[in-house]
Design a protein around this ligand. Sequence first.
Ligand SMILES: Cc1ncc(COP(=O)(O)O)c(C=O)c1O
Length: 474
Amino acid sequence: MTFDFDAETRRALGYRLIDWIDEYFSSLPGRPVQLPLEERSFAPLTGRLPEVAEDAASVLDDACRELIDKGFHVPAANYFGLMNPTPAYMAVLAEALVAALNPQLASLARSQLASRIEAETVRWLGERVGWEGDFSGTFTSGGNEANFSALAVALAWHFPEVVENGVASLSAPPVCYASAEAHHSLDKSVGLLGLGRHALRRIPIDGRIQLDLDRLEQAIQRDFSAGYRPFAIVATAGTTSAGAIDDLSGLAAMARRYHLWLHVDAAYGGAMIFSNRHRELLRGLELSDSVTIDPHKGLAMPFAAGALLTTHPNMLEQTFAVATPYMPRARSSPLPDNFQISAQWSRRMNSLKLWLTLRVHGRQAYEELLDRQMRLAQSFAGWITESGRFELAAPQVLPIVTFRLRANGHSEDEVSTAHTRLLERVTAGGQRWISGTHVAGRSVLRMMIISYLTEERHLQALEEALLEAAGKIE
Ligand SMILES: Cc1ncc(COP(=O)(O)O)c(C=O)c1O
């Protein structure tokens, strides 16, 4: 028994899957995000390991039916995020093509056109970042890997000896800086790089949820005086909770003053490079040494698609390259092998979906999408302010709105408990999903417009649900 099917079966299975996907996509504007609370199950599956063949069509049907009927539907129009979008349909098709062709992106010799498509996609992103000189980059599994890689590169740039000898060979411990609201992938990264998690200095934020430049400068000076070796600043363009964007130009100037690498974690907010109208929000991005952008957040791509770009192309090789006798090299190629410029080795082609979507729809489609998401978020933020029951918790900068129940004399603990109860009510039926988090240490409710299917009518229904829930928890 092999895995081969005849052409007729392949076609029949393929069309069947496309029918399922098509029906699913048609349902997304009105589909509940998940089952009602009382029907959700998180119990582990207990099936036995299948030993023999079953009918492919019925297994496929079962899997589609179960996953759709019992799933959590990130692509639904009523999913008000975290930062995961409805995948563009061209990206869904691209994923199938990548799986079928299975190009080995590790080496140029085994992925000739695929590697060049990836390099072209990196170039399109870098040009929109605003870089006019040399730059390079690599697709990653997401923002976590991109941020990890950026800090590895920054470390190697500052201390070339760590690549071979490790941080233990340094005479003093390296440290880096990010805002209190920066993503926790940075904590993981410094830990895994052997610096220890304390090496990430979390700097307090100001009233606009931006990293406080004065406090940063004090921390840098304190660290230098205490014998630490600062090597990098990580700015965030689109914080996970509030969508705040740090002062990128101010941080670039600070990085230059102290000879530090500036990495911008624009995993989500970086999407705005595609909007001429809102590109200004990212002013200073072009001054960075490296940038994380996750197409699987703001650019309607399915997992996985992250990217790391840098204006120090040779630093990727200095950080990641190793010599191997067994990787076939492409002769006289202007492009490096991907395994030499990234943390991964065997690598999937995560770029085709973005490349294909851009080829089919063009950048302007993204501009339209992002501009519309901004208008919807502005309208929702306006409603919050006027609702009488809620208040904004942080300025709305990107299509993320954080808000709170008005305290009306209640303690912080009481407000936080009320938020939990309100979230339970709004999400219990499964029709829609919003989340709770903390911003500047305070409990907040959070929604974002991340699906290209979300319209004003979905917001109105959410507003009604919020008012109804607020009325019931008192
Ligand atoms: C600002 C930011 N950076 C990095 C990440 C990590 O990205 P990923 O989940 O793609 O690894 C996230 C995830 O939400 C994020 O919000």
